[in-house]
Write a protein that binds this ligand. Structure first.
Ligand code: PGA
Length: 249
């Protein structure tokens, strides 16, 4: 069985003190969580949020990592820098980074390998645009991302994939549970085929894109969906907690 994983992606929201206050509010609400719970926070919030999550099931995540160990990369943060602060997860290749910050499949692959080498769990985002979906190219785009982003990964169970259809991110327009389930099923099948013998069957695949307290139960009931990467709804304690507690009444 694959253990569900619910991760919040705060994006560029919450100062360190706001982040600590949000975690303090989430903590009591998720104490009986049966799934893995992660908050992926702005890098500068990490020390404060690290303190705030102490004594809870909430794990700490970052939103990006550089692929080099160290060196002349002004403004960047290495995997070891994250590790030293107790970070366990890192989002890689989010569509906003691909769209606004020149992230490519090649850099996603390099970051993924560097994160794994440092013992971090990458949450690697893949997904298609609206135009690609409407022109029937979803599977082609995903296949390309799968081939390039995970090249050279020895054990796929050590990472998490987030399937995020770009048209569903921050738009309020969710993929239907059936659509998400079908596409994630496709991703898993491709992974198993391309990376035979690399533990693809044990790899967890999240859905992301306008997942919220209202639709999480239906999405999480789908057999292929192993969790959620939550943007907007992760910024409000009751909403995020409701998603973490998707399996409760
Ligand atoms: P959203 O964002 O939940 O606000 O749609 C998801 C994401 O971008 O990870």
């Amino acid at each position: 069985m694959r253990r569900p994983i619910i991760a919040g992606n705060w994006k560029m929201n919450n100062t360190a003190s706001e982040g600590a206050a949000l975690v303090a509010a989430i903590k009591p609400l998720v104490k009986d969580a049966k799934c893995d719970v992660v908050v992926c926070v702005p890098a500068i919030d990490i020390p404060a949020v690290r303190k705030a999550v102490r004594g809870s099931k909430i794990r700490l995540g970052a939103q990006n990592v550089h692929f080099a160990e160290k060196g002349a990369y002004t403004g960047e943060i290495s995997a070891n820098m994250l590790k030293e602060y107790g970070v366990q997860y890192v989002i890689i290749g989010h569509s906003e980074r691909r769209q606004y910050f020149g992230e490519t499949d090649e850099t996603v692959n390099k970051r993924t390998l560097a994160a794994l080498a440092a013992g971090l769990t990458p949450i690697v985002c893949i997904g298609e645009t609206l135009e690609e979906r409407e022109s029937g190219k979803t599977n082609e785009v995903l296949s390309r991302q799968i081939e390039k982003d995970f090249a050279g990964v020895e054990d796929l169970s050590k990472l998490v994939v987030a399937y995020e259809p770009i048209w569903a991110i921050g738009t309020g327009r969710t993929a239907t549970a059936e659509q998400a389930n079908e596409t994630i099923g496709f991703i898993r099948k491709r992974m198993k085929k391309i990376y035979a013998g690399k533990n693809a069957g044990r790899m967890r695949i999240q859905y992301g894109g306008s997942m919220n307290a209202g639709n999480c139960k239906e999405l999480m009931a789908m057999p292929e969906i192993d969790g959620g990467l939550i943007g907007g709804a992760s910024l409000k304690a009751p909403d995020f907690a409701a998603i973490v507690n998707f399996d409760k009444e």
